[in-house]
Design a protein around this ligand. Structure first.
Ligand SMILES: N[C@@H](CCC(=O)N[C@@H](CS)C(=O)NCC(=O)O)C(=O)O
Length: 255
C-alpha cells in the first residue's frame, strides 16, 4: 500500500528542470534522485560544482520499487550507479566524487588538517543542524516549537561563528557549504511556519546564508516552492511517514 508521502509531484520544476533536461544522455555515472530531497541536492550540487558528466534519473523513493531497492537496499535517494556499481548516502557520494574525479574541481582542501576540520563541521551539520531543522519542522505545540527553535538557533550559531567568509572555509566553496546548503534554501518553510528568523541566529549567519543561497550550483538544483510545499505540509502537520519522520518521532537518529 502506498503511503501519503508517495504523492509527490513527479518531476523537477523551475531551474532544476532545466538542469535535469541537460543531463539525460547515458553516462558512466547515473544519478538516482528525487527533485524534492535535500540530501539529493547535496550530491547534485557536488556533481555540478565539479562539472562531472552524469545522467539524471527521477525516483520516487516512497514507492520502494524493486529496481530501486536493488540499487539502494535502504530505499533512499540519492543513489549513484557508477560503471554498473551502486553507491548511496549523500555525503558518501560527495566523498566518492572527490576520489573518483581527482582532475575535477576539488571540494575539500588539500591540507589533511584542513580536510579534517571540514569533516568536523560536516559532522556537526549531520548531528545537529539537519535533525534540528527536522525537529522544529515537526514540533506541534507552541512550547515544543519554542524549544526546538532555540535548539536550532544554538546549532546554527555554533556553526556561523566558525565561518571564515564568504564561504565556510574562506574563499573556496567546499563540501561543508554543500552539506548545509539545502537546509538554508529550505529555511523559508520554518520562517513562514515556525517563527524562525535568520536574524535571530546572528549577523554572521544572515550573511553566510545569503551568499550560499545565491551560489549558482545551489540555484540550478532548486525546484519551485509550490510543489515543495506539499512535501513540507506533511511534516508541518506531523503526518509524514518517511523514514526520517518515523525516526524523529521515535527519538532515533535520522536515516
Ligand atoms: N542519510 C541519507 C538520507 C536520505 C533520505 O532520507 N532521503 C529521503 C528523501 S529526502 C528518502 O529517500 N526517503 C524515503 C523514505 O523515507 O522512505 C542520505 O544522506 O543520503
Amino acid at each position: 500500500m502506498s503511503i501519503p508521502d508517495a504523492q509527490i509531484y513527479p518531476h523537477a520544476t523551475g531551474p532544476a528542470a532545466a538542469t535535469v533536461a541537460k543531463h539525460q544522455d547515458p553516462q558512466d555515472l547515473v544519478f538516482h534522485a528525487g527533485w524534492f530531497c535535500p540530501f539529493v541536492q547535496r550530491s547534485w550540487i557536488a556533481l555540478e560544482e565539479k562539472g562531472i558528466k552524469y545522467q539524471y534519473k527521477e525516483v520516487n523513493p516512497y514507492k520502494k520499487e524493486k529496481h530501486f531497492l536493488d540499487i539502494n537496499p535502504k530505499g533512499l535517494v540519492p543513489a549513484v550507479e557508477y560503471k554498473g556499481r551502486a553507491i548511496y548516502e549523500s555525503l558518501i557520494i560527495c566523498e566518492f566524487l572527490e576520489e573518483a574525479y581527482p582532475d575535477h574541481r576539488p571540494l575539500l582542501p588539500s591540507d589533511p588538517v584542513d580536510r579534517a576540520i571540514a569533516r568536523i563541521w560536516i559532522d556537526h551539520i549531520t548531528k545537529a543542524v539537519v535533525p534540528g531543522f527536522q525537529r522544529l519542522l515537526m514540533a506541534q505545540d507552541e512550547a515544543a516549537q519554542n524549544a526546538a527553535r532555540e535548539e536550532y538557533y544554538a546549532a546554527l550559531r555554533k556553526y556561523a561563528n566558525e565561518v571564515k567568509g564568504p564561504y565556510f572555509l574562506g574563499n573556496e566553496f567546499s563540501l561543508v557549504d554543500v552539506a548545509i546548503a539545502p537546509w538554508i534554501i529550505r529555511d523559508y518553510v520554518i520562517r513562514e511556519n515556525r517563527g524562525y528568523k535568520r536574524e535571530d541566529v546572528n549577523e554572521a549567519w544572515v550573511k553566510y546564508a545569503g551568499v550560499v543561497s545565491e551560489r549558482d550550483s545551489v540555484v540550478i538544483t532548486q525546484s519551485e516552492r509550490k510543489h515543495l510545499n506539499d512535501v513540507y505540509g506533511r511534516y508541518l502537520r506531523n503526518e509524514a511517514q518517511s523514514e526520517a519522520a518515523k525516526a524523529m518521532r521515535a527519538g532515533r537518529p535520522m536515516p
